[in-house]
Write a protein that binds this ligand. Structure first.
Ligand code: TXA
Ligand code: MG
Length: 346
C-alpha cells in the first residue's frame, strides 16, 4: 500500500510540489492527473519501471499501447515521423485538444509503450493542468485512462480514488473532466486518415481539414488498422447494461414493464435517461445525463452514470440510446461496448 498524496491545481505553483511531481515521475513512479477528456495515469515515457507499473496497477494487457502526452509540438517532433502532408493541418486545427494522432515512431520511442508496434499515439491535451504536469516533468508522459482495465474511464476525482487510492504516489484533483469521453484516435500514417476510436473530434470535423477520412469500422479487408485497445472488453459496469432504442413512448413502456418483472425477482433496476423524461420511469434509480439535444453534456456524464450504477449495486441498467446529432459515433461506440452490443430496437 502506497501513501497516496493528493494535490489540487493551485499546489502546482509551489516549488516543493513541483519537485515532488518531477521526482516521482523521473524515478519511475506514477502520477494521476486530469485531462479534458478523462483522468490519465502518467509515467515518464522512457522509464520502463514507470510504464510497467502503469500496466500492473491498471491490470492492462501489455499489447495495448499507450499514448504519449506532450505540452508542445516541438518536443513531439523528436519522437515521431510525419509522413503525410495533412498531419500538420490536423495538429494545428485540434491541438491542444481531444485528438490523438498515431504516427510512425522514431527509434527513441521504446517498444514497452507501443506494445511492439512501429507506431505511437501522441497528443497535446487541452487541459492546462495536464500540460503543466508535463512541463514540470520536462519529459513526455505516457498516460492511459486512469481506471482499472475494463471499468468505465474516470471523469471525476472520486472515481480515481475508488480505483487507485493507495496504489499510486500522487493524484491531482482537477474536478470533473469537461469532455468526458476519451480522445479521438486517428491513424495518420497513410494517405487517407483512419479513425480508430471515435471521440468528440468527429469524422466531419476531420474531414473538413483532410477532405477524406475513414472510420475503422468501414474498412473492409485484412489490412484494417486497429487500436489494439478496442478489442478488449471496455467501460463495462458490473450490472447488466441494456440499450433500448425506438420511439420515446414505446421505450418508456418497455423499460417500465421490464423493470416491474425484474423487481419482482428481487433485482435492482436503474435507468440512464435524458432529463425531460426521467420522471416517467418506475425504476428505483434514474440517472439524468442531460437534455436530449445537449449531446456534449450527455457525453460528459456517461461514464459517471455507469459508475454510479455500480456504486448503487444496480443489477440491470437500462439506457436510452443517444443516437442523434454530431457526437453519436463517440457516445454510441462507448455505450455499445459497455453493453457488450446488447441493444433492443423497438
Ligand atoms: O483521452 C485520452 O486519450 C486519454 C487521456 C488520458 O489522454 N487516454 C486514453 O488512453 O484513453 P488509453 O490508453 O485508455 O486508450 C488509448 C487507445 C487504446 O485503444 C489504444 O489501443 C490506442 O489508443 N492506441 C494507442 N497507441 C496506438 C497505436 N500506436 N496504434 C493504434 N492504436 C493505438
Ligand atoms: Mg482506456
Amino acid at each position: 500500500m502506497i501513501n497516496t498524496k493528493v494535490y489540487i491545481p493551485k499546489d502546482l505553483d509551489k516549488s516543493s510540489v513541483k519537485d515532488d511531481i518531477r521526482n516521482t515521475l523521473l524515478s519511475g513512479k506514477n502520477v494521476i492527473f486530469p485531462t479534458e477528456t478523462v483522468y490519465g495515469i502518467g509515467a515518464y515515457a522512457l522509464s520502463e519501471s514507470g510504464v510497467k507499473s502503469i500496466y500492473a496497477v491498471k491490470g492492462r494487457p501489455s499489447d495495448n499501447p499507450l499514448i504519449m502526452h506532450f505540452s508542445n509540438l516541438k518536443d513531439i517532433l523528436n519522437y515521431v515521423e510525419i509522413d503525410q502532408g495533412y498531419v500538420k493541418d490536423l495538429m494545428q486545427a485540434f491541438w491542444p485538444g481531444p485528438l490523438t494522432l498515431v504516427l510512425r515512431k522514431k527509434p527513441i520511442v521504446p517498444e514497452f509503450i507501443t506494445g511492439g508496434l512501429d507506431t505511437v499515439g501522441v497528443r497535446i491535451p487541452g487541459h492546462e493542468i495536464a500540460r503543466k504536469v508535463i512541463d514540470i516533468a520536462g519529459v513526455p508522459i505516457c498516460a492511459p485512462s486512469a481506471n482499472i482495465s475494463g471499468k468505465p474511464s474516470a471523469t471525476l476525482f472520486e472515481h480515481v480514488l475508488e480505483d487507485f487510492n493507495g496504489k499510486v504516489d500522487i493524484i491531482i484533483d482537477g474536478g470533473k473532466s469537461e469532455v468526458g469521453l476519451e480522445s479521438t484516435v486517428v491513424d495518420v500514417t497513410k494517405e487517407v486518415p483512419v479513425i480508430l476510436r471515435p471521440g468528440m473530434i468527429t469524422k466531419a470535423m476531420i474531414k473538413a481539414i483532410t477532405k477524406e477520412v475513414i472510420m475503422n469500422s468501414e474498412v473492409i479487408g485484412e489490412e484494417t488498422p486497429k487500436a489494439p485497445g478496442m478489442k478488449y472488453k471496455h467501460y463495462a459496469p458490473s450490472g447488466k447494461l441494456i440499450i433500448v432504442e425506438g420511439e420515446e413512448k414505446k421505450v418508456i413502456d418497455y423499460i417500465n414493464k421490464q423493470t416491474k418483472e425484474f423487481e419482482i425477482e428481487g433485482l435492482k433496476v436503474g435507468v440512464i435517461s435524458t432529463n425531460k423524461i426521467a420522471d416517467q420511469f418506475m425504476a428505483q434509480f434514474v440517472y439524468q445525463v442531460g437534455e436530449e439535444l445537449e449531446e456534449e453534456v450527455i457525453a460528459s456524464n456517461l461514464f459517471a452514470a455507469l459508475r454510479k450504477m455500480d456504486n448503487m449495486k444496480i443489477d440491470i441498467i437500462y439506457t436510452l440510446s443517444f443516437s442523434k446529432g454530431n457526437f453519436e459515433e463517440a457516445i454510441m461506440n462507448r455505450l455499445l461496448k459497455a453493453a457488450n452490443n446488447n441493444i433492443i430496437r423497438l
